[in-house]
Design a protein around this ligand. Structure first.
Ligand code: PXP
Length: 242
């Protein structure tokens, strides 16, 4: 196994914003994550700006040296910021204001035209890779390929939340099948949501061979509060990169 590890620093911004303060700064966290072995940085510019702000996005676009992945919905204002900074990777995600975190993948079959036009606009602006965040369902993966995605990010939330080993095995089988469908459709395969220090090994054993990149945030930020940010990233990098 040797996938790229992208670290999501949204929750550094959550902590900063809890006191409407200047620190901790997600830009500093991104710098430290890359120094500790991350291959890139992810942030989600939410419509309500609850954690990452436009200032963060613009500074990160200039300072991240590996892959900069900007997660965004198809909201016109957010897409305009994304097109303006043209990150190397843009991941399109669904968004509901009242959710605590992204709850499910995009329903690509319900909004193919909107997704295709946003993907085209971002590529025209200079983004290399447009990924669609989808549930591990072959029909969604195939729809993403038809609509013109370059990559899919497979939602690992069901796997991460499965408590019984039987349901965990089912979730892994679904991820493995969806990853194979993505590879067969010529899409790059990313994965993320709820991956942590305990479940990332089993995930790679079962579904990993064609997964090029994982995006991990909460578990690393939570561990960073205990052992420091660089140490938390180094520990995760050892698990992801072997
Ligand atoms: N991928 C996507 C599309 C997400 O929305 C999130 C959560 O922000 C992640 C990955 C990372 O999830 P986690 O913070 O649980 O590691």
């Amino acid at each position: 196994m040797s996938a790229n590890l992208l670290i999501n620093v949204d929750h550094i911004a959550t902590l900063r914003n809890a006191r409407r303060a200047a620190r901790p700064d997600p830009v500093e966290a991104a710098f430290r994550a890359e120094a500790a072995g991350a291959d890139g940085i992810v942030v989600h510019l939410r419509e309500d700006r609850r954690h990452i702000t436009e200032r963060d996005v613009r500074l990160l676009a200039q300072t991240v040296s590996g892959t900069f992945d900007l997660e965004c919905s198809t909201d016109a204002e957010v897409v305009a910021v994304c097109a303006d900074v043209a990150p190397a990777l843009a991941t399109l995600v669904p968004e509901r204001r009242e959710e605590v975190t992204t709850e499910g993948g995009l329903d690509v079959r319900a909004a193919p035209d909107r997704l295709a036009s946003v993907a085209d606009r971002l590529r025209d602006a200079g983004t290399d890779t447009v990924a669609f965040f989808v549930d591990p369902v072959p029909a969604q993966v195939e729809a993403a390929a038809r609509v013109g995605a370059d990559a899919v990010e497979l939602h690992t939330g069901d796997f991460a939340e499965a408590s019984a080993s039987a349901s965990q095995q089912d979730a892994l089988a679904r991820l493995s099948e969806a990853a194979a469908a993505a590879e067969a459709a010529g899409l790059r395969v990313h994965a993320g949501h709820g991956l942590d220090y305990r479940n990332v090994g089993p995930f790679f054993e079962a579904a990993g061979p064609c997964v090029a990149e994982v995006s991990i945030g909460f578990a690393v930020v939570a561990r960073a509060a205990m052992v420091g940010f660089e140490q938390a990233v180094r520990e995760m990098a050892r698990l992801v990169k072997g």
